[in-house]
Design a protein. Structure first.
Length: 198
């Protein structure tokens, strides 16, 4: 399999963490790609010019971290990351949605913050930051459990991205339960081995 990736993408981190946890990371060949430059090899597999993009062994291209992680779930012999049924499944998927939602606000917000100031841009940044703050507040009231599933991995990737890109606006103050969970969960191999670096 071939994975188009950017080293600092939290969505790529989510995919790689799942691959490590599934015990199949050695089956993935990583190819660095800058989606902002729309390189032809990436566009040939993903017309949206986004990473992660996985090309399977039979040549099918899959893009979007949710889809790729579900595909990886079908491989390997490790315990499932997607609970099959019942409350555990819906909790894991809910946590995945809230973690992805944080990233869906944090990633474009960072891009907007790097542009010249203007009223409309400042308003968009404020909306993104408010959504992130509300989501982190919700997670503080009911942090993920200690076990590893798609929900806990996604939330950890989201919080790690906030640490990485929003150090001047830290999420940890006033979130002691979530901080305690995150610090412990980050010690798992799938998270420690995928921690972002410049």
């Amino acid at each position: 399999m071939k994975l188009f990736y950017s080293a600092t993408s939290p969505y790529v981190r989510k995919v790689m963490a799942c691959a490590i946890q599934r015990g199949i990371v050695d089956r993935i060949e990583t190819t660095p790609s800058n989606p902002h430059q729309s390189p032809p090899d990436l566009l040939a597999q993903n017309p949206l010019s986004k990473v992660p993009c996985l090309v399977t062994d039979d040549g099918m291209s899959l893009f979007g971290s949710q889809l790729i992680c579900e595909f990886l779930e079908s491989m390997g012999e490790a315990l499932p990351l997607f609970p099959v049924m019942g409350p555990a499944r819906w909790r894991a998927l809910k946590l995945q949605s809230i973690g992805d939602g944080i990233l869906d606000a944090a990633v474009p917000c960072r891009g907007e913050m790097g542009r010249p100031k203007e009223d409309a841009r400042d308003a968009a940044i404020a909306r993104y930051k408010a959504a992130i703050a509300r989501a982190v507040d919700v997670l503080e009231t009911d942090p993920p459990h200690k076990h590893i599933d798609i929900g806990s991995i996604t939330v950890a990737c989201a919080l790690g991205y906030l640490d990485f890109r929003y150090a001047s606006d830290p999420w940890r103050p006033n979130h002691p339960k979530l901080t305690e969970w995150y610090e412990a969960f980050s010690q798992n191999a799938c998270m420690a081995q995928t921690a972002p670096k410049e």
